[in-house]
Write a protein that binds this ligand. Structure first.
Ligand SMILES: [Fe+2]
Length: 355
């Protein structure tokens, strides 16, 4: 529950500390403030005042003489504000000492009283510093609440934007595949195969989520590849192959907005054509330098390509495709991943297989 302004200042009655080595001045001040309803604590030296504050905690208002034997009022002001920056400090000073009083204001005192003290002035100044302190605390609280609220709203908006962006790219992949009967459903099958293989490898739940998304989006960069290259019924020229290879880099670039929340997805998109012997693309990564999630997608991507009819060849059935993966395990695919994929689908009827 929010504090009321009075509670912000202090529990009732508000506590005030009067610090002065002059017993007469201290007595007058204490009496005046008690009559005004304050809980007054007194100290005859700065050291005594600090001891009390260290022992009992923050005092909202301190009225302190400047010139005292031992530690002076300026030193007390600095020490108290260092511990409790919200303390409202009123300095007591002799008539001729206004320069020092102004210095105290620069350090952080809220006001000063000149001696001899006038009772009405004490009341008025103390009331005013309490009000100043209350307003400062309220403003700070308002700013903090406002900032927290703003940060929360920005975070919510950013999450919503990212979720919308993700939904759009997922839709884009489906549209890309829907245009081509040979690749229809490819990304969904790759995602399912990759998750099942990852589970067999003992990959944790959170990472499996990344693998699913990465599997779905691994070829998003092909949106930028020309149809003539994408659907060419035959071997690609060097130039066309260079264009096709770019889909890894382009895809990661397209998804860069997700780099903070889904770095693994970006790794999959970029590295799913790397080979264990370092002859893959786009970075020529070798062995374990290729992220495991990308090694998983590489295997199941190749499997789905082999078991799908393409414009340039007929599809294979599951067992020959698995044997081909095993033949290429080592230089091309991670053998552990290939074995895990086979283990994940002991019953080939459970494979989704392109129709
Ligand atoms: Fe690809």
């Amino acid at each position: 529950m929010a504090e009321t302004p009075a509670e912000i200042v202090a529990p009732h009655p508000a506590r005030i500390m009067v610090v002065d080595d002059d017993d007469a001045v201290r007595d007058v001040l204490c009496r005046v403030l008690k009559v005004q309803g304050f809980d007054v604590i007194e100290a005859s030296s700065a050291d005594m005042a600090l001891e009390t504050i260290d022992r009992d905690g923050m005092v909202p208002v301190v009225v302190s003489d400047i010139h005292m034997p031992g530690r002076d009022g300026i030193s007390l002001l600095r020490a108290v504000l260092k511990r409790y920056p919200d303390t409202a400090f009123v300095m007591l000073t002799g008539d001729a000492d206004v320069t020092t009083a102004v210095e105290c204001l620069k350090i952080g005192a809220l006001d000063y009283l000149t001696k001899p003290v006038i009772i009405e002035e004490v009341r008025a100044r103390v009331t005013r510093v309490i009000e100043t302190r209350r307003l400062r605390l309220e403003v700070r609280r308002f700013e903090e609440n406002y900032r927290e609220d703003l940060e929360r709203r920005v975070a919510e908006l950013s999450q919503k934007n990212k979720a919308m962006f993700l939904a759009q790219v997922q839709m884009a992949v489906r549209m890309l595949e829907a245009k081509d009967p040979y690749t229809r459903g490819h990304s969904q099958r790759v995602a399912e195969y990759a998750v099942a293989t990852g589970r067999t490898l003992g990959i944790d739940r959170e990472m499996l989520g990344e693998i699913r998304l990465g599997g779905e989006l691994h070829d998003i960069g092909k949106i930028g590849t020309r149809d003539a290259v994408l659907h060419k019924p035959g071997p690609l020229t060097d130039e066309e192959f260079a264009e096709m290879r770019l889909h890894t880099i382009d895809g990661a670039e397209m998804l860069s907005v997700l780099s903070e929340d889904h770095p693994e997805v970006l790794s999959i998109v970029r590295s799913h054509h790397e080979r264990m012997d370092g002859t893959g693309f786009p970075d020529g990564l070798k062995g374990e330098a290729i992220p495991l999630s990308a090694r998983v997608v590489a295997v199941v991507d190749a499997f789905d390509a082999m078991t799908s009819t393409r414009s340039y060849r007929l599809k294979q059935s599951a067992e020959p495709a698995l044997l081909e993966l095993e033949r290429c395990a080592g230089p091309h695919f991670d053998p552990v991943v290939v074995a895990a994929f086979r283990d994940a689908f002991p019953d080939h009827d459970r494979l989704l297989l392109s129709v």
